[in-house]
Ligand binder design. Structure first.
Ligand SMILES: [Zn+2]
Length: 424
């Protein structure tokens, strides 16, 4: 067996391109999220940022020149994925406080916030809603090695109705403020999908209902018609993009699922019919069930409007109860935090809430790895420590299946086979 493994590795080494960087990662344990099992004494061979093979220490031969990352006492989990982030937001600046800052400020703060996500163990984020294509710029800077950060799947501007959750509603009419993603009518939303994709969107975000932090909108209120939602889904899918719908209210959630939208964000007031629809159509729920803790305690100090504090409270417990019900029914749920509503570094705190509301620790980790990768359509790249995928992994000082609070303390973060954060 050992000889066979050695022969396979020898063949792999011969097949490696000249100058390829090879890394061998070892630890006490590794969580295989695809089988749901712990692998004891794993050894992971990485070439040019991707996993070549996963075996046991001693049974897996590595080329002599391999760079070693040995993590005794640690458990490896695949790099975490957050499907709902806003790295170009700061939770300490809310309500009318936005108006103090120039447009490029938000791009600049994306730099430390992206690093905070990476340091917390998130090696992939879906940034859904960023002004001025800031998320595309951050992605390019991260990929070019200018700044550290996770892999970014950018949505760029969110698409929404005039006066809806994703429009600018903070200024009087003489300012004629309209968010760039505003589009009304099926043809206009189709044109918007094409425009955003042209400039870097890899997923499309629509605002199907009102929201918590916008002014003069209600979360329960549907704000895009079925025809508009269908037009977005059809157009985005034709171009090979998935669609995420911000949807709190039961009617907007159902309209979005019926339109064929892939992920439902928030899903606060989802009803039984909506849960059945989600299950039947394979829609994925992305429910941010932690951040209300932060908003309710720190929001008043941060300038959160009284109406937003009220709406946050009205959507908090009902969303957590909906999460429990959705999980019990077997509806797909992926990890999404709405980071930026709460501080980015606090994002892993959501795991404890997902477990409190019904998930096992394994299911909560799968929601942020294999399930999230499938929701992105990126199973070949991320979401598991497996051959062919990027060598993205997080090491924890113990077994998070036994002690899930460990998930809040990433010790070592590895992205593409390189250590990007080391807190040992
Ligand atoms: Zn959001």
């Amino acid at each position: 067996m050992k000889r066979a493994a050695t022969a396979i590795i020898a063949a792999l080494v011969l097949a490696m391109p000249v100058g390829a960087e090879t890394v061998l990662v070892t630890a006490d344990r590794m969580l295989d999220v695809l089988s749901g099992r712990i692998v004891e004494q794993p050894a992971i061979l990485v070439t040019d940022g991707r996993v070549v093979s996963v075996g046991r220490q001693g049974a897996l031969a590595a080329p002599a020149e391999a760079i070693r990352i040995d993590l005794p006492g640690h458990t490896l989990v695949p790099g975490l994925i957050d499907l709902h982030t806003h790295v170009t937001s700061d939770p300490r600046i809310s309500g009318f406080g936005f108006l103090d800052y120039t447009d490029s400020f938000w791009t600049v703060i994306g730099v430390p916030n992206a690093k905070a996500m990476l340091d917390a163990g998130f090696t992939t984020i879906r940034e859904i809603g960023a002004y001025n294509y800031a998320d595309v710029g951050l992605k390019q800077a991260i990929e070019g090695g200018y700044i550290p950060g996770p892999r970014i799947v950018p949505a760029t501007w969110y698409i929404g109705a005039t006066g809806g959750h994703c429009d600018d509603t903070f200024l009087p009419p003489s300012y004629k403020a309209t968010t760039h993603g505003v589009a009304d009518g099926a043809d206009a939303v189709r044109a918007k999908v094409r425009e955003l994709r042209k400039y870097g969107a890899e997923v499309i975000k629509v605002c199907a209902t009102g929201g918590v932090f916008s002014r003069n909108t209600e979360p329960g209120q549907q704000q895009m018609t079925s025809a508009e939602l269908q037009a977005v889904a059809e157009e985005a899918h034709m171009w090979g993009l998935k669609v995420a719908a911000h949807a709190h209210g039961a009617d907007g959630i159902k309209a979005a699922i019926k339109a064929g939208i892939d992920t439902i964000e928030h899903a606060s007031f989802i009803d039984d019919e909506g849960l059945r629809l989600a299950k039947d159509r394979g829609a994925v729920l992305v429910m941010d069930i932690f951040n209300s803790e932060y908003t309710q305690s720190e929001g008043p100090k941060n300038g959160v409007l009284p109406e937003s504090l009220r709406k946050d409270l009205e959507t908090a417990q009902v969303q957590r109860d909906g999460f429990r019900k959705a999980h019990a029914m077997g509806v797909k749920i992926a990890f999404g935090s709405d980071a930026g509503i709460a501080p980015h570094a606090q994002t892993p705190k959501q795991f404890a809430w997902m477990i409190r509301y019904g998930m096992s620790p394994l299911e909560a980790i799968q929601a942020a790895t294999s399930v999230a990768a499938a929701a992105l359509g990126r199973e070949k790249d991320v979401g598991a420590i497996a051959p062919g995928r990027f060598a993205d992994m997080v090491a924890f000082a113990g077994n998070p299946l036994d002690d899930p609070r460990l998930l809040e303390h990433a010790r070592v973060v590895i992205k593409g086979g390189k250590v990007v954060n080391d807190r040992r």
